[in-house]
Design a protein around this ligand. Structure first.
Ligand SMILES: *[C@@H]1O[C@H](CO)[C@@H](O)[C@H](O)[C@H]1NC(C)=O
Ligand SMILES: *[C@@H]1O[C@H](CO)[C@@H](O)[C@H](O)[C@H]1NC(C)=O
Ligand SMILES: *[C@@H]1O[C@H](CO)[C@@H](O)[C@H](O)[C@H]1NC(C)=O
Length: 565
């Protein structure tokens, strides 16, 4: 018996081994060189364990995008009829055949996959030696010369022909670290540069020209102060590692600037990838984001998602966060993020996958807001800028990107407001009229410096200069699109509260609405520009422009439009 068993086992191994040995491996992804600054320094120890994620081919990604537009376009019979988790999975889940092909290939290499955040993903932990053999590659330690960041990556990897059609990509293999902290949409301290000389709008206090507080924003955008009532309407706020927000700072902020709200109004915290909100280490970004969501979206349940670094680094945190939200039975109705990256540093496969994940979350009914960045037409990365350099995920057509304005009567573009055109994503249809009319106004200005076929951003804007934020007990002035974005997100959250209270669905993916009927409910911003790369950048103009988008919100006008849609 023992002998027979052994024999059977070795025969089995041989049987499995033989076809594999013959099955040719095909290059699945490659790059000619590591990104600038990275140098291969050494071979990692063969036992070093790599955490890799496998993106499986989704069953119907094109159908999902069609469905997203179907539920997001005013006038469609399915407008704001969002997808349940099960309905979404009909488009996104891999086929049983794909799952089997990939898992049996992994098993034949002795690798066991564990489920990822959604069923589009598998996670594997493999020693370098195994990864090198099964992917016919050689992982190396790469070091970045300036930042000292090191990562185990490869320039190319291969998979068997039988697996290739079922596997989208493996991450992070050829995708190099993008330093989230360095590239985070930066917050600017106001004392350095900004001295506003605008006249005031009658209803907006004169002090708002020097210091933005919640009451300034309420006056500017007609935002209600009455508490929201709907518990199903939730606001999710992103915190990338180490941008903590303090509950005691929030409480003192509310006591000073929202005397009509209980100073005990709190937010909840959910950890992703080991992230922690450290009460004693309040950051500028985290404090700003929490105080201008909890302090603006009065009584809307707000959750702070702290993304840690237990994830192999850089864009993995963004992926893990959006996939966590997609997989929830009731995802948040609004999701706001004030972090981003230079688009030039993000590889195409991960950019596309992440952008499609935002489309999925939009189809579930979430309005997704991102700040455009704080470096005008440049990406804030430093170095030579010979052509305008866009930010990411601003170029993703399935998110709503928020730029910054300053002053009150009228608002003008804030010069830091990032805006431009993606080199990865083409312009979506909802935007094509807006872009062509801007380009004809622009004429030959900046010709050759930007990609006229790209998805353009920002979509909208909000005040972004001289926000009063309580940090470690002291009120500090903070500026940036990081300030504008939570305020636009709060506006949407307050609208959702009214809509849900009236028995209507939340707003979901905003852009098709904003670029059609919605723009009449925004304040068009027509002056100012966003210099960078040795130019004056783009000028703001009547209608959409790549500095302030379609304009800033008017809550009352938006509400009356939406009540009839
Ligand atoms: C702002 O500008 C005015 C007029 O030029 C000047 O008097 C004032 O000192 C400036 N304020 C700051 C803070 O720079
Ligand atoms: C707030 O204080 C903590 C503790 O001293 C410190 O770690 C943190 O950096 C401070 N935050 C800011 C934005 O200065
Ligand atoms: C311009 O954008 C398109 C996508 O709209 C892209 O395919 C093309 O490669 C971009 N061109 C450059 C020079 O980056």
């Amino acid at each position: 018996m023992v002998a027979a068993g052994l024999l059977a086992l070795s025969f089995f191994t041989l049987a499995l081994g033989a076809p594999l040995a013959r099955e040719p491996l095909h290059v699945h992804d490659s790059r000619s060189a590591a990104p600038q600054g990275f140098k291969a320094s050494s071979a990692p120890h063969p036992d070093t364990v790599l955490n890799l994620r496998i993106a499986l081919k989704q069953s119907d990604p094109t159908g999902l995008i069609e469905k997203l537009y179907d539920v997001s376009t005013p006038g469609s019979s399915n407008y704001r009829k969002f997808l349940s988790k099960a309905e979404l999975e009909k488009y996104t889940a891999p086929s049983a055949e794909s799952l089997a092909a990939v898992t049996s290939w992994l098993a034949s290499n002795g690798v066991k996959a564990t489920p990822g955040a959604t069923n589009q993903w598998l996670n594997i932990e493999v020693p370098v030696a195994t990864a090198n053999a099964m992917l016919d590659t050689e992982f190396s330690v790469f070091e970045h010369q300036d930042t000292g960041i090191s990562a185990i990556r490869t320039l190319s990897y291969s998979v068997p022909a039988s697996v290739k059609p079922h596997l989208d990509f493996i991450y992070p293999a050829t995708s190099f670290p993008v330093n989230a902290n360095k590239a985070a949409s930066r917050v600017y301290f106001a004392s350095s540069a900004h001295n506003s000389t605008h006249e005031r709008r009658a209803s907006v206090d004169a002090s708002c020209n020097d210091a933005i507080t919640p009451s300034c924003l309420q006056a500017l955008y007609n935002l209600p102060t009455t508490p929201a009532t709907q518990s199903s309407n939730t606001l999710a706020v992103t915190s990338i590692e180490a941008s903590s927000a303090s509950k005691s700072d929030l409480s003192s902020f509310l006591s000073q600037f929202r005397t009509d709200m209980p100073s005990t109004t709190a937010f909840s915290v959910q950890s992703i990838d080991g992230g922690q909100n450290v009460e004693s280490q309040a950051s500028v970004e985290g404090s700003l984001d929490i105080q201008y969501t909890v302090g603006m979206a009065t009584n809307v349940p707000t959750k702070f998602f702290t993304v840690g670094s237990d994830n192999g680094g850089d864009l993995t945190g963004f992926l893990d966060l959006v996939n966590t939200l997609i997989a929830q039975d009731s995802p948040p109705t609004v999701f706001t993020t004030s972090f981003g990256f230079p688009e030039g540093l993000v590889s195409q496969d991960i950019a596309t996958n992440l952008c499609n994940a935002y489309a999925q979350l939009g189809a579930r009914g979430t309005s997704i807001l991102f700040s455009s960045g704080d470096s005008g037409v440049d990406d804030g990365e430093g170095g030579d800028c010979t052509v305008f350099r866009p930010t990411f995920p601003s170029g993703c057509p399935f998110v709503t990107v928020v730029g910054a304005t300053q002053g009150t009567s009228p608002e003008t573009a804030a010069s830091l407001s990032s805006g431009g055109f993606s080199n990865i994503f083409p312009a979506p249809q909802y935007q094509s009229d807006a872009i062509s009319s801007y380009l004809s106004t622009l004429g030959s200005t900046n010709s050759g410096l930007f990609n006229t076929s790209g998805r353009a951003y920002p979509d909208v804007s909000a005040s972004g200069i001289n926000y009063q934020v309580t940090i470690n007990g002291t009120v500090t002035s903070v500026s940036g699109t990081s300030a504008s974005t939570p305020v636009f997100a709060s506006t949407i959250a307050l609208l959702n509260d009214r809509l849900i209270a009236a028995g209507k669905p939340a707003m979901g993916f905003l852009n098709p609405f904003l670029y059609s009927s919605g723009k009449s409910a925004l304040n068009d911003v027509t002056s100012g520009n966003n210099p960078g790369c040795g130019t004056n950048g783009f000028p703001a103009a009547a209608g959409w422009d790549p500095v302030t988008g379609l304009g800033t919100p008017d809550f009352n006008k938006l509400l009356s439009l939406l009540q009839v849609q």
